[in-house]
Design a protein around this ligand. Structure first.
Ligand code: ADE
Length: 231
């Protein structure tokens, strides 16, 4: 998968050199391009923002640098039109289902806004050249799209076949079946007076599967009842 990121903080993404995603880049499963938006701002101060039309607090990202940066990526893109993701608290909420869907794409572009957002015409223009989605991490406000982009790349990247060494570990995790995952235990069987649930030591695989499913349901009911179908 090809991933391009447009940001005013390219150094933020140096963490993508390490861990599973770093390895995926080394083995060629992920091909990453990080673009400094200021390289597409040509005034003396490399300005990327300006005051909002209509007034109001804060600054809005100017369309010209974004247009040039996105054109540079899209003009050089081979194959099918990419998906351009703009992280925004005004977007649809990012889910595991969306991560799964996006993990099958050839090319993703992340446009990281800062300040009060990006001039809307950038999003409208991008939609004429690619499939565009505004995506939110949840009902809270970050300072910009960088942290949201990192989270999405990690969630999507680990679903690309070959990135996670043992694909079975993707099957029983939270949200893969619509429920939260069951609690896990390892050795020792007793630690600081706390025992591992005896069923896990029983060797009875049917009983273990039943117990784990009950734990998933109990946890989901308690913490995230919104995930369960209506009664
Ligand atoms: N940018 C600012 N807040 C955000 C959020 N909650 N999700 C995605 N991008 C954002």
């Amino acid at each position: 998968m090809r991933i391009d990121i447009v940001t005013i903080f390219p150094e933020f993404f140096s963490v993508l050199d390490v861990s599973l995603l770093g390895k995926a880049r080394q083995t060629g499963l992920i091909d990453l391009g990080v673009h400094d938006l200021r390289d597409s701002a040509h005034d003396r101060h490399r300005t990327v923002d300006d005051t909002p039309y209509g007034g109001g607090a804060g600054m809005v990202m100017k369309p010209e640098p974004w247009g040039e940066a996105l054109d540079g990526i899209l003009d050089g893109a081979a194959g099918a039109a990419p998906v351009i993701l703009f992280p925004s608290p005004a977007g649809e909420v990012f889910t595991q289902a969306m991560a799964q869907e996006l993990s099958a794409e050839q090319h993703l572009v992340f446009g990281c806004g800062r300040y009060e957002g990006i001039d809307q015409r950038v999003v409208d223009y991008a939609a004429t050249r690619a499939r565009v989605r505004l995506v939110s991490m949840g009902d809270y406000v970050l300072n910009g799209g960088e942290v949201a982009t990192m989270a999405m790349i990690e969630a999507i990247g680990r679903l690309i076949p070959g990135v996670v060494g043992n694909p079975a570990s993707l099957v029983e995790e939270s949200h893969s079946d619509g429920l939260l995952e069951y609690p896990s235990y390892t050795k020792p069987a007793e630690w600081r007076g706390l025992a591992v649930p005896p069923v896990l030591l029983s060797g009875n695989h049917g009983a273990i599967a039943t117990w784990r499913h009950e734990q998933q349901l109990e946890r989901t009911r308690r913490v995230r009842p919104d995930l369960l179908p209506p009664l």
